[in-house]
Design a protein. Structure first.
Lengths: 329, 329
DNA sequence: TATAATTATGCTCAAATTGAGTATAAATAG
DNA sequence: CTATTTATACTCAATTTGAGCATAATTATA
């Protein structure tokens, strides 16, 4: 048994590997991602922004993760916390870059978290964008997203009439019928919207000023970068529940409410305050600093993470109880 | 902000991408993986076996998953169930193949599950091996693995004396002190053993007959294939708990005990029978066939999976209660 | 200064889930 | 016929979860 090759011309050519990184932070209680607007302000018909990406150069970096960390350090001036490989995308016809020499480019997606929020914003053409600019249907913090009920579900039902085979997938991904909306299915939902032709990426890497907007709301990204971003969000939501990755998004000191707002931004749902507090306290990850933060009402206690425990230790019990759909008091 | 390249020589060269696949099945209540013994019986000094791998050819396959499915179909004659990309390994100096032309090879690991157990075994040099042949310390079904207590923990403690920075990682990965053994940390444990020099892979891809066995028990694989296999096992264990991937390892009909034995083979722990039964029944994934299977004692009811629900739907509640360490009645 | 509004924190309580059994049923082996 | 084996049903306490009420400590404002 062996994987054999009939035409070896494929191999001799070699491939390029791009590393594309979704760098995430939380600012103003919103999950944001760093994107680059190459032709910002240049013309009206500017292409959509993109994730920072660059070629992987095996001679210069021992591993891809080292590549990512070093690039981000040098180019963004940021030390990353959690860095995680997401997926290697090699789909033909899915906005993978093809170079002039006809070399295929495979793109490896990375998720990178930082807690450094005060880094140069207008220095170059890069900026922080709210993650839900790209996936408005994923944000349930203010109730059912308007675009979901008004646009997406009807459009999907129309599409399903011609594609009955996809019905079960769609039901599961979008929590239809008696099924629950699972916030981790970000990629599955994006893929379905893409297949159903409701996503504007089809026009994204050709210089069309304004895509014919029969699609669904949500900002586009170049190439397959929105897919990488969907993978990143889904992975972050999943990982959050059993590993303490949220800590890599927080500053040194924070209040429980701040922590909860970050969790809500990640998951795109509202959480029950008292239960969140109980769960966090039980997890034993926090240490009180003794200080308080004054704001509007009663001052909140400031916490920090327990020293030496930011490793990849299981965070049992961060399976957060959500009060999805409605903001609760 | 951009990832820039100083030396572009790196890029012009191009890279090769190998796809290596951990094909898993369950037979005789054991989780097995397909490996290839290239020089089987040739000489005494044969190299260790390897996973099936081959180059990814973007001109022939639209996606890598299609590649995997087609290769396995053609070469093994098996239709795969669940197929999942694991990780893309590009580490220098970590047994990544370098070709004669000095082209770097990046290897993409895949996990593939099959329920077809009766496929040619001696047809070529490939065979099924128990997964715990490669990771004996991961099998807790018969109590604490002997090699763990007798060899690994002492060796790690010695190693930690010179590498105190790794202490927290090791504690978490191996469940030392008050921490729990987490069966999902397969890769973390393997990586630590590798770093600590307790793994024989260092000798694996050079033709040394018998590696100087100061290491830890467990069969070697060529290149970085044992690392891929560790990733595969960890991912399978994790996924099992919240997605119904176990079904892709089962035959059309099976008993609850058979299902449990499969779950135990995956997780490497024993499970409480009555609670496993309760959990499975509640998940509503099974349908009785009305038939029974006669064996030793009381005949067991035969089940099949509910039609149309093998999709990637969440399997809430398969967070199995383990009676780790002891086989229970 | 008193009172309303706001935010944080403490506590309760029922429902659901989990962990660990006991009890009983239906077969085979001797 | 009896012991053994395996399957299945049921129980029960401990824990976890989901939801809410109650109280505390501030600021805003009348």
């Amino acid at each position: 048994m062996e994987y054999t090759s009939d035409s070896s011309s494929d191999i001799a050519n070699g491939l390029l590997i791009d590393i594309s990184t979704a760098i995430m932070r939380v600012s103003d209680n919103e999950l944001q991602c760093r994107v680059i607007d190459d032709d910002k302000g240049a013309r009206d018909a500017s292409p959509p922004p993109r994730l920072p990406f660059g070629p992987f150069m095996p001679n210069q970096h021992r591993t891809m993760e080292i590549s990512v960390r070093q690039w981000v350090r040098e180019q963004v001036g940021v030390d990353l916390g959690h860095v995680e490989q997401l997926y290697t995308f090699a789909d033909q016809g899915r906005h993978i870059r093809d170079t002039a020499k006809d070399q295929h480019v495979v793109s490896v997606g990375y998720l990178a978290l930082t807690n450094q929020v005060d880094i140069g914003d207008a220095r170059d053409k890069s900026m922080w964008r709210n993650i839900y600019d790209f996936f408005p249907w994923e944000d349930w913090r203010h109730g059912t997203p308007a675009c979901l009920a008004q646009l997406i579900i009807p459009a999907l039902e129309t599409w399903l009439a011609d594609n009955p085979d996809a019905a079960e997938r769609v039901r599961v991904a979008f929590g239809m019928d008696e099924l629950q909306w699972d916030e981790e299915f970000v990629l599955e939902r994006y893929e379905i919207l893409y297949e159903a032709g409701l996503i504007d990426e089809t026009f994204a890497d050709r210089r069309i000023a304004e895509p014919p907007h029969h699609g669904v709301p949500g900002a586009s990204l170049q190439l397959d970068h929105r897919r990488i971003l969907a993978t990143a969000l889904g992975r972050l939501r999943g990982k959050f529940k059993y590993r303490p990755v949220i800590f890599d998004l927080m500053r040194a000191q924070f209040t429980l409410t701040g922590l909860q707002k970050t969790a809500e931004a990640i998951l795109g749902v509202c959480l029950h305050k008292q239960n969140f507090r109980r769960m966090v306290e039980k997890s034993n990850f926090l240490v009180s600093t003794g200080k308080t933060e004054k704001a509007r009402g009663r001052p909140a206690e400031l916490f920090r993470f327990r020293h030496g425990q930011r490793a990849d230790r299981p965070l049992s019990g961060l399976r957060v109880s959500s009060s999805r759909g409605r903001a609760r008091r």
